[in-house]
Design a protein. Structure first.
Length: 121
């Protein structure tokens, strides 16, 4: 499997990752680290805690990392959570809606993780 094929399989945007990281070797290096860096797991754990500041910080970090790697769906979902918990913003979602969005993030992450593991083989 090529790096482009991995991105196609996991619904990522290889061209976006190439704009940020510029060199395929760096894209390869960082996508291999993605499922080990814990940024999405931290968001999911923060969501369980109910701590608004912790959720915001974790979602903001996940948004950035995923965006830089061209993992557009994960980045957009993390962005929604970050905006929901951004200090000064009024909450617009119920706790159940947030939980559903976090579960969607978890599922998308599981698919990306499986694709990356397949790619590493």
């Amino acid at each position: 499997m090529t790096l482009r094929e991995l991105y196609q399989e996991i619904g990522g945007d290889y061209d976006q990752a190439a704009k940020v990281l510029r060199v395929e070797k760096l894209i390869d290096k960082h996508i291999r680290k993605f499922n080990k860096n814990g940024v999405v797991e931290q968001l999911l754990e923060a969501g369980k805690s109910g701590d608004a500041n912790r959720i915001f910080e974790a979602a903001h970090a996940a948004k950035g990392v995923c965006g830089n790697l061209g993992l557009k769906a994960l980045s957009e979902m993390a962005s929604e959570i970050a905006e929901e918990y951004r200090p000064g913003n009024a909450r617009t979602l119920t706790d159940d809606q947030v939980a559903a969005k976090l579960e969607a993030i978890a599922e998308t992450y599981r698919r990306a993780d499986a694709g990356i593991r397949k790619y590493e083989e």
